[in-house]
Design a protein around this ligand. Structure first.
Ligand SMILES: NC(=O)c1ccc[n+]([C@@H]2O[C@H](COP(=O)([O-])OP(=O)(O)OC[C@H]3O[C@@H](n4cnc5c(N)ncnc54)[C@H](OP(=O)(O)O)[C@@H]3O)[C@@H](O)[C@H]2O)c1
Length: 276
């Protein structure tokens, strides 16, 4: 299997590193290009055998599965460059949520899928989301699933749930980091605990929490019940959270959905109003 990557920015390089580090792929199976060639050259220097090209067309000519790790408004340029080289047997995988599978199927002869990875996949953990277009065979689906399984917990998903699933699996680590940072700030400001001690305590708590969840010993509800002893301190804290969190997450998901809808519109404009 020869796997291509067009775009080796943040997520493209995370995927490449994760596939190599988990030994799902050998560097020699990877063919990659990036607009700024130095970025992909640096990866080839780090992973001997990885094929780096200054041209996206070369990736398409050399690979069977091609991950498009570019931003939404960069798609039309890349499609214009590669479309004549893409054939029916290629499997094109977009990692960009507002670019819809049906639009890529209209523009390319290939089989098309969408995968939403997460920064957690760089630790071989966390979920990834997979959506398959109509042209994929059962074998294609299996190959893609196994590839993503080597670095994550993959989940098949209906494309209509792209945004909310990406909010949880992909944006989630940033949201949780933000909340933890605010908890650390408050702990330091309210009590004077040294910041480095608070950071270690919170980080270790999160690692322990993840490990506990992975063991399926508790559900989220039963964990709260177990920690919350009657008349204890945890319950007092939970009451504050209940009061203060209120509809904060509703507002968050409404805002991300709104931004997503705007992005989808911009992509549609790019594909169908400005292109020939
Ligand atoms: N970051 C995440 O956690 C995450 C998670 C899931 C999905 N995604 C999605 O992944 C996509 C990429 O995100 P990112 O964070 O990796 O962005 P990024 O760091 O900006 O990477 C995009 C890369 O694409 C390259 N590129 C742009 N136009 C190109 C072209 N015509 N030919 C070849 N390469 C080109 C850029 O090259 P230059 O070096 O020249 O800029 C850059 O290295 C986005 O749609 C994002 O929504 C990201």
């Amino acid at each position: 299997m020869r796997v291509g990557f067009i775009g080796t920015g943040s997520m493209g390089s995370i995927l490449i590193e994760a596939f190599i580090e988990t030994k799902a792929l050998l560097p020699s199976q990877i063919h990659a290009s990036n607009r700024t060639f130095d970025k992909v050259k640096a990866l080839a220097k780090r992973y001997t055998g990885l094929h780096a090209y200054p041209s996206n067309v070369r990736v398409v000519q050399r690979a069977d599965i091609i991950f498009l790790c570019i931003k939404p408004l960069e798609f039309q340029t890349v499609i214009d460059q590669i479309k004549d080289e893409v054939h029916e047997e290629h499997l094109i995988v977009s990692i960009t949520s507002p670019v819809e599978i049906k639009d890529l199927e209209r523009k390319l002869k290939a089989k098309v899928a969408k995968v939403i990875p997460s920064i957690t996949n760089s630790a071989g953990r966390g979920a990834s989301l997979i959506m398959a277009g109509e042209r994929l065979t059962e074998r294609d689906k299996d190959v893609l699933f196994q590839l993503m399984k080597s670095i994550s917990h993959p989940l098949w998903l209906d494309e209509k749930y792209t945004r909310i699933s990406a909010d949880i699996a992909s944006c989630g680590p940033a949201f949780i980091s933000f909340l933890l940072q605010r908890m650390i700030d408050a702990a330091v400001e309210e009590t004077g605990i040294p910041r480095d001690k608070a950071v270690t305590l919170f980080t270790q708590m999160m690692i322990g929490f993840g490990a506990l969840m992975a063991k399926n010993k508790f559900t989220l509800e039963s964990l709260q019940e177990r920690v919350c002893v009657p008349g204890g301190v945890t319950g007092v804290g939970i009451s504050v959270l209940e009061r203060e969190v209120d509809d904060m997450f509703h507002k968050l998901f409404k805002a991300t959905q709104l931004k997503f809808n705007e992005d989808v519109e911009l992509v549609q404009e790019m594909f169908y109003k400005t292109s020939t």
